[in-house]
Design a protein around this ligand. Sequence first.
Ligand SMILES: [Cu+2]
Length: 476
Amino acid sequence: MPATVGVLLLAGGGWYWSTSLVPSTYSVMDMGYADFGGGPEHEHHGSTGTSVADLTGPATGDPDVDVRLEARQQAFDLASGERVEGYTLNGSSPGPEIEATVGDLVQVTLVDVDVSDGITLHWHGVDVPNAEDGVAGVTQDAVEPGEEHVYRFVAEDAGTYWYHSHQVSHEQVEGGLFGTLVVRPPAAAGDADEPADVVAAVHTYSGRRTIGGRTGLTPVLAEDGAPVRVRLVNTDNGPLRAWVSGGPYRVVAVDGRDVHEPTDVSGEGVLVTAGGRVDLLVTAPARVDAGAGTAVVVGPEGVEVPADPEPQERVDLLSYGGPAALPFDPDQADRRFEYRIGRRIGLVDGEPGFWWTINGHLFPDVPMFHVTEGDVVRMTISNDSGGVHPMHLHGHHAVVLSRNGVAATGSPWWVDSLNVADGDSYEIAFLADNPGLWMDHCHNLDHAADGLVAHLAYAGITEPYRVGGSHDNAPE
Ligand SMILES: [Cu+2]
């Protein structure tokens, strides 16, 4: 090969290599390229405007729920006794179950006792004000050992939620730095007619599937014939397939939003998106299996409910339940975005690999979705990457309009976490009603760490935080 050609090739390769590098510290506002979704364009590197740091919950007022969570990196015993290496909150994983009633001011003081990478807490599915969202380098700095951070927000929507670290999240969440949050409607507080209620957070610790940190069976006492609400929370990276034995059941809520006119289900299981929640209403005696030998068994003391084999079919939320009016008109969309997930060979941060792409682009050269407060936004999320991607937009709930061209006909299907299987294409819509800077990423946290991350930015927002930097902020 002539020397000049070799030099040119080397120079070309060097250019690709250097443009793939991720700076050691940067503002996510400067990532990638602006995408205005066909709507009005605005200044998108604004130095004036409202700072993310100022978009807090109520600064004053006595909290109705006041929790202090101390995070440690340690070996600990699961509720079922097995010893694992990971992270705890107040000495256990999952951390404490936080309970609130709609309208409550929730205050959580997060203390990093000895987690050397630093920590945060993200309120998954709770559409909190931006500064309470708990994303290191985006909405706050990571909380370092010896430091604490106070989160304050009003619990506005009843439902099943969870909280987890959003600093080095692919390690910390898998290692157990999470817990659940349940917000109940005011009428339910102390109402004897309300069904019994159990939270079933499914998590795999070092290869051990658990419910509430327990391998095997989790008994829940209930009289024969009593309705029981089982709140499934999928805290793992992959989709959870659950099913019910012992009689028909109903899917009464998805991602913290009630299903309208749910109907009885038999012979079908449910899929819970990674990061997502599905609330089931079962009648005792019943058994809810979450795979790998884990199950919640509901009934009188000592009851045994044989497990049916896992059904082949699963409830299709596209057509389940009855339709209801939406709070906005998706046909009057102000912006339309595409979030097309693929995979190709290339360089990310100088490393050759077979990387996820967004609209054909590799991290960090990915779209920044820009909106203005009040916009009705449509987004098509499609996946041709060979993997499953649980897509999670922070700070908003979106309604599913269609899958693979088939329009939704059931209850409005609201999601904060949507399982997008390989080959699938979903159209969703949401109202841009929560100003700030929000992650819009894959909740298979290993995929996020590999660059399947974009952001939604509102006009007029400024970003004081930096990924990297002196706090080593590393949200993924
Ligand atoms: Cu993914």
